[in-house]
Design a protein around this ligand. Structure first.
Ligand code: G6P
Length: 608
């Protein structure tokens, strides 16, 4: 995720900023840059790739600048190139800006500025804001920033400098964290305390819709509407390690708990409740082809394949289009039949999985429209597709995929509604679906309240070497995903099954005390899954049920129950997977395993 650090004071700013950027590396990034006020001249240096590459282009110890801003970018709009890296400047080369967040109405703002003959160099939403501030600048940076932000929809944490006001940084936030570090004759600005903790532990946290203007000897805070605000200076009590993990013990835990926010980011600007529409900018050029599509093929590996399975149900349910899901490694080698009107969707967190990339290439060569559902912007798969939708869930560091799964399901749900609405879904039916989708992040927060109970269950059964996971319909892929999570990080053997298949063999495995996780939420097949629970109980299995809040009968049947809030059945996987992620996480800890780096596994499998 992007990171910001800025400095204004008496010291050489550049070494401090480079050190701050290095502290932000853990958040994940693909490019970086700095803007320095060198003798009243703005000098911007940026590079794609590691901070060490940027450093080679800078005279870190020779710089005399005492004001500067810096950024690590994790691409959202535009590939991770030098041009798209921050800071972005305006046409007059007076303004430089670093930005975290997303400017949702950047297309409209860009059109407006282009009509005024403002030239653009990058593909980013951020440059639009830098240009807008430059366009509005009349000798007062604070005023220009304030005025520009009035026209902006979306989220931002920004730091801005201007060549005409060399000892000043203007910072502002809405929906993206920003804090001011208070030093002796110096102030710092950062998106994350880790970037400045080596210099001060005294900070002022900006709230949403607030601005700060800092110079070497002053800090002035207001609302975006210019009402002065008095802020309290607080002491950061966390160590650097604790900050990187945001108070969590492992990245996997952090990423599980980040899911509500990750999904809000994923859906931001895409779900239009008022119109009952989904706006998918990435599909603008292929919308007609999608409407006419005769068949979808989802292709992926691992967790992304499980998300694809949910996508199959969603596309058939909402889009009424025949859909298949294929393991990329099988698809690429088995002479697949690709008829006219076939759309292939490659689903991948990293965008670098070798088999998925090859499967996509194979489908494309045979004439299919190639789409991507990818998290990492500018990755190989993203570059090879005809069109695509990014997840926008932020970098995933833990090897076991969590927030990418729920992000993939959310994107596939949006694609299904996008296609469905163009074919046969009524506006009100789409509205009802999107309304439920937009409530998922809040409901995920409730589902996360199961943490303590999931821990107790995981600890109680962590010594069992064989587990089963059962689900029907939309919960079948979740059963597979729950079993995969447990296998990956706790090394317990676990199998996920469509519940009815249990009778055709696996039921022979059930012995006294074997943990059987059954996803038994309210839905079309509820009564059938209850019968499956009875079958497990009759053979001595210990049923751990995932059920809908308010289900009063299930506690009589299961040994343990974890409740999740109700939602439409097609959206339940984003809630039911949460207790399963938590169980796997706690089971791994109980067994003393390395949660974030499990043995034999890689985060991104770039070989066959
Ligand atoms: C690896 C990871 C899994 C992931 C799979 C596909 O096996 O360990 O967590 O689901 O690759 O990765 P992708 O980046 O394509 O989603």
């Amino acid at each position: 995720m992007c990171g910001i650090v800025g400095y204004v004071g008496q010291r050489q700013a550049l070494p401090l900023l480079v050190e701050g950027l290095k502290r932000l590396e853990y958040r994940g990034y693909d490019s970086a840059g700095v803007a320095m006020m060198e003798q009243n001249r703005l000098s911007i240096t940026k590079s794609a790739g590691r901070i060490s590459v940027l450093e080679q282009q800078l005279d870190v110890d020779g710089s005399t600048a005492t004001t500067g801003i810096a950024h690590t970018r994790w691409a959202t709009h535009g590939a991770p190139t030098e041009i798209n890296a921050h800071p972005h400047g305006d046409a007059s080369h007076r303004i430089a800006l670093v930005h975290n967040g997303i400017i949702e109405n950047y297309t409209a703002l860009k059109k407006y500025l282009q009509q005024k003959e403002v030239p653009f160099v990058s593909d980013t939403d951020t440059e639009v804001l830098a240009q807008l501030i430059g366009h509005l600048y009349r000798g007062n940076l604070e005023e220009a920033v304030r005025e520009a932000l009035r026209d902006v929809h979306g989220t931002f944490g920004i730091a801005v400098v201007c060549a005409d006001e060399p000892g000043t940084i203007v910072a502002a936030r809405r929906g993206s964290p920003l804090l001011i570090g208070v030093g002796q004759d110096e102030y710092l600005v950062a998106s994350d305390a880790s970037a400045i903790l080596a210099h001060t532990s005294q900070v002022v946290y900006l709230s949403d819709n607030e601005m700060a203007v800092i110079s070497a000897d002053s800090l002035h805070t207001t609302t975006l509407d210019a009402v002065p605000v008095t802020k309290e200076i607080q002491e950061v009590e966390w160590t650097l390690d604790q900050i990187e993990l945001a108070g969590h013990t492992h990245f996997m835990e952090k990423e599980i708990f980040e899911q509500p926010e990750a999904l809000r980011n994923c859906m931001r600007g895409r779900v239009d409740l008022a119109e009952g529409k989904v706006h998918l900018g990435g599909f603008a050029d292929v919308a007609r082809e999608l409407t006419r599509a005769r068949r979808f093929i989802m292709t992926a590996c691992g967790t992304a394949w499980h998300a694809g399975l949910v996508g199959e149900y969603l596309l058939e349910d909402l889009g009424r289009i025949p859909t298949e899901v294929e393991y990329a490694s099988e698809f690429r080698y088995r002479n697949p039949v690709i008829e006219y009107g076939t759309v292939t969707v490659a689903i991948s967190q990293s965008g670098e999985t070798a088999d998925t990339l090859a499967a996509l290439g194979e489908a494309r060569q045979r004439g299919a429209l190639a789409l991507g559902v990818v998290n990492v912007v500018g990755s190989s798969i993203a570059r090879e597709t005809d069109a695509g939708i990014y997840l926008h869930v932020g970098p995933e560091i833990g090897v076991a995929s969590t927030k990418a799964f729920t992000g993939q399901v959310a994107v596939l749900a949006m694609i299904a509604a996008f296609v469905g609405r163009r074919k046969h879904l009524s506006q009100s039916a789409t509205q009802e679906f999107l309304e439920a989708l937009s409530q998922i992040p809040d409901r995920m927060e409730k589902a996360l309240e199961n943490n303590a109970k999931a821990k107790a269950i995981a600890e109680a059964y962590a010594d069992r070497d064989n587990w089963l996971y059962l689900g029907r319909g939309y919960q079948y892929p979740v059963a597979l995903e729950g079993a995969l999570k447990l296998k990956e990080i706790s090394y317990i053997h676990a199998e996920g099954l469509p519940a009815a298949e249990m009778k055709h063999g696996p039921i022979a495995l059930i012995s006294d005390g074997m943990p059987v996780v059954v996803i038994a939420t309210q839905g079309l097949q509820y009564n059938k899954i209850i019968s499956n629970i009875e079958e497990v109980r009759a053979r001595g299995g210990r049923v751990i049920a995932i059920a809908t809040e308010g289900d009063s009968q299930i506690a009589n049947l299961a040994s343990d129950v974890l409740y999740v809030p109700d939602t439409l059945e097609p959206l339940q996987p984003m809630l039911t997977v949460i207790p399963l992620q938590l169980i796997a996480y706690h089971a791994a800890i109980a067994r003393g395993c390395n949660v974030d780096k499990p043995r034999n596994l890689a985060k991104s499998v770039t070989v066959e």
